[in-house]
Design a protein around this ligand. Structure first.
Ligand code: GLA
Length: 729
């Protein structure tokens, strides 16, 4: 049983293969978080040690017991306003203006399987055996009911968590905070790892000790953002890639979010994660329910590598959906960095023709094909073909591309509008702006109010017409600015705080509809690269353009950070031209290729500019990717170096049975009198013999894991390495 309950003590154990999550409702009905960590098979509440702490008050029903304080005990879903002064998970303003909420255990139920969430992405069980526990808490006034939902994916060492908040009173209530996760960790010396950055430099890894007070990673940008990612790791101080305890949380949400970790007066850590309260208000009418986004949790006692494998499997098999979920993705050529806005159908054809000869599967026509769009200042919203550029129309171009044996994909940025566009001229009221104020522009453009049904309907009609008009197999769904000036003309004043969340719900609804209508279309998410790379988007788009930075050196670091939670099959990655358009750096073609192979793989340059020798190299890269693709996407991914600290970025993919291994990476900066440094492999069978395809040498798994492969001495900067190893009898 994944869910075990000791009824008399109201002890709830969520048990997976290796982990245990324990919650306990005490005799007063207060729900405590007792444990999340290694499976121990016993009640861990013996570790709790309460004493009278000055200025931490006591609940009234504790009588004279000054040791019973909500401010010091570990809680499972802390509410604002009743004497727990730490970061709360939920806050409500009642009709009398007060905001206290005293949640006590009311009931629970367990069922097999897992429900979806209305309008929100969520993990699904599929073939997996999953059990769900719901614990119902009620405010002591009887007016607010909170249901905590936990689904246990026992074999995957993962949990899904979400919350339902209902107004059982007789007047409306204002929800001002509704986090998904609240979890207190009373013991241990923890560090936290978060992923920060900026446009073209996403998901840089930062590991920090917990400091007294609150540390936060969050976004108020209307997208999960380039700057912070809605994922967090908490690890023991000595945790490494291969050893030590750590757990991760990934919020399945693509808008404003908040992750806080508070180290309290007693050195206890509290994690809260969910919708960002600064951009969230939600009016709950009598009888209405609010559903928080879902979060995925996973624990590993064997360091980060194991934790990443768990998240990769969960996201690949229980978040991503549709035809492409586990299928190999087409190797594509995208014309963006080859042409920017300056192209016509002939230029595209020439690019595609060369690409087809070298083995590329798909042409993706990027920005600039629609309306009047010769720069990024006009045309967004007018999703009809610019016949000056594409003479003869879209269907004709697609036919020509298909005749080359390639499929066709197209770029869209549906949530945006240019002021110089037919759409804006017809519907200025559709943009997000506050009456009486000028809106902020971003990349010259304004944002459509996705909370409006008429906007969504227009987009649905326009996009489906477009996708029906030609044989289109792929859509790159972009979003090239962040959102502010939150205001929706259709919402009353007391509901304006709902606009940011309604925007995301509207986006999800549209994506869901289009996924249903076009199940054969591969949707790739994008937000100026990886500005909306989250488990919410991955529910609708099984791959996301990882970054607008295609420089191989910087990309290996971005992909390193991305790999902690997100599987390689979700990471959009291309080979582009040099000098690189974002950094001016020149890296060898081979380095760009191995970097792009640690993703969905494709090209983003005009291959006609390459020398004959380089074209041969591209041909070989594509055929190697087609051979290694299943191993790259289905195998276990290992980070073999820390590219933030070491002069190299090396990683590997290991077949689940340990019998085949692909090692790839880049030796960054050459130095004089360099010596070759071995890289130790991971996940091999110690007593198995492996032959290295490139050298013919044979080693035991033990030698490769403890001694390693001796890498060549670097000659020139950014030398690529690639070794394929097979077990021999
Ligand atoms: C964003 C994307 C790029 C490209 C441009 C087009 O920046 O991330 O890949 O599609 O938009 O304008």
């Amino acid at each position: 049983m994944a869910i075990r309950i000791e009824e008399n003590q109201k002890n709830f154990y969520l048990e997976t293969k290796n982990s245990m999550y324990q919650i306990q409702a005490d005799s007063r009905g207060v729900l405590k978080h007792i444990w999340y960590g290694q499976r121990t098979g016993r009640d861990m509440s013996y570790l709790l040690d309460y004493h009278d702490v000055g200025f931490s008050g006591n609940t009234y029903d504790a009588g004279q017991d000054r040791t019973y304080s909500l401010d010091t005990m570990p809680l499972e879903y802390a509410a604002e306003g009743i004497g727990d002064f730490r970061s709360a998970a939920i806050a409500v303003t009642h009709e009398n203006g007060g905001s206290a909420l005293d949640l006590r255990y009311e009931s629970h139920r367990v069922y097999e399987g897992k429900k979806g969430l209305p309008g929100l992405p969520s993990m699904y069980a599929g073939e997996e055996k999953v059990e769900t526990l719901e614990i119902v808490l009620m405010d002591t006034t009887g007016e607010v009911r909170v249901t905590l939902c936990y689904s246990v994916f026992a074999d995957l060492d993962a949990l899904a968590r979400s919350v339902v908040i209902e107004n059982c009173g007789s007047a409306p209530k204002m929800l001002t905070k509704a986090h998904t996760i609240c979890m207190d960790i009373p013991w241990g010396d923890w560090e936290w790892v978060h992923f920060h950055g900026r446009h073209t430099m996403e998901r840089q890894v930062q590991r920090l000790p917990l400091l007294s007070g609150i540390q936060e990673s969050s976004s108020k940008r209307g997208a999960s953002s380039h700057q912070q990612n809605p994922t967090v790791l908490l690890c023991e101080k000595d945790c490494t890639e291969d050893a030590g305890g750590c757990f991760g949380a990934a919020l399945m949400y693509s808008g404003c979010f908040q992750t806080q970790i508070e180290l309290d007066q007693l050195g206890q850590a509290r994690l809260v994660m969910g919708l960002h309260p600064d951009t969230f208000r939600w009016k709950l009418e009598t009888g209405e329910a609010f559903y928080t986004p879902e979060a995925i949790l996973s624990w590993s006692d064997r360091g980060f590598a194991r934790l990443s494998h768990q998240f990769h499997r969960v996201i690949r098999e229980h978040v991503c959906r549709g035809k492409y979920k586990l299928a190999e993705r087409p190797v594509l050529i995208n014309n963006w960095e080859a042409t920017y806005f300056t192209f016509d159908e002939e230029k595209l054809y020439v690019i595609a023709e060369q690409a087809a000869k070298l083995g590329v599967d798909m042409l993706v026509m990027d920005d600039g094909w629609f309306g009047v769009r010769d720069s990024d200042s006009t045309g967004l919203g007018d999703w009809y073909v610019n016949e000056r550029k594409l003479k003869g129309g879209l269907a004709k171009l697609v036919q020509k591309i298909k005749a080359l044996g390639m499929s066709f994909g197209i770029w869209l940025e549906p949530e945006m509008v240019s002021e110089d566009s037919d759409l804006y001229r017809a519907h200025p009221e559709w943009v997000i702006r506050i009456p009486g104020r000028q809106p902020m522009r971003g990349r010259y453009q304004l944002v459509l109010d996705m909370s409006r049904k008429d906007v969504r309907e227009y987009l649905y009609e326009t996009i489906s017409k477009l996708l029906h008009s030609a044989d289109i197999s792929y859509v790159k769904w972009d979003m090239n600015r962040n959102v502010c000036d939150w205001y929706s003309t259709l919402l009353p004043p007391d509901r304006q705080g709902e606009a940011p969340h309604r925007y995301v719900l509207g986006l999800y609804e549209l994506l869901e509809r289009l996924n249903e209508e076009f199940p054969h279309v591969l949707f790739e998410g994008c937000c100026g690269g990886g500005g909306r790379f989250d488990a919410g988007m991955l529910y609708y788009c099984p791959q996301i353009w990882c970054s607008d930075d295609t420089d191989a050196y910087a990309r290996t670091r971005i992909q390193y950070g991305t790999s902690f939670f997100y599987p390689v099959s979700t990471v959009g990655s291309h080979v582009s031209a040099v000098p690189n358009h974002q950094t001016g750096r020149i890296t060898p073609l081979a380095a760009r290729a191995v970097t792009a192979m640690a993703g969905t793989f494709g090209y983003e340059l005009d291959l006609n500019i390459l020398t004959e020798e380089e074209k041969e190299a591209v041909k070989s890269q594509i055929s190697r990717f087609k051979e290694y693709g299943p191993l790259i996407h289905n195998g276990l991914y290992y980070r073999l170096s820390d590219p933030m600290k070491e002069n190299r970025g090396i990683w590997s993919f290991v077949e689940r049975d340990g019998k085949a291994v692909l090692v790839q990476g880049i030796l960054y900066h050459a130095e004089p009198n360099m010596v070759g440094h071995p890289v130790r492999l991971k996940g091999l069978k110690a007593d198995c013999l492996y032959r290295i395809r490139e050298t013919g040498e044979i080693y035991t798994g033990a030698a490769l894991m403890h001694g390693g492969i001796l890498l060549p001495r670097g000659w020139g900067d950014f030398m690529a390495v690639e070794y394929y190893l097979e077990a021999v009898e």
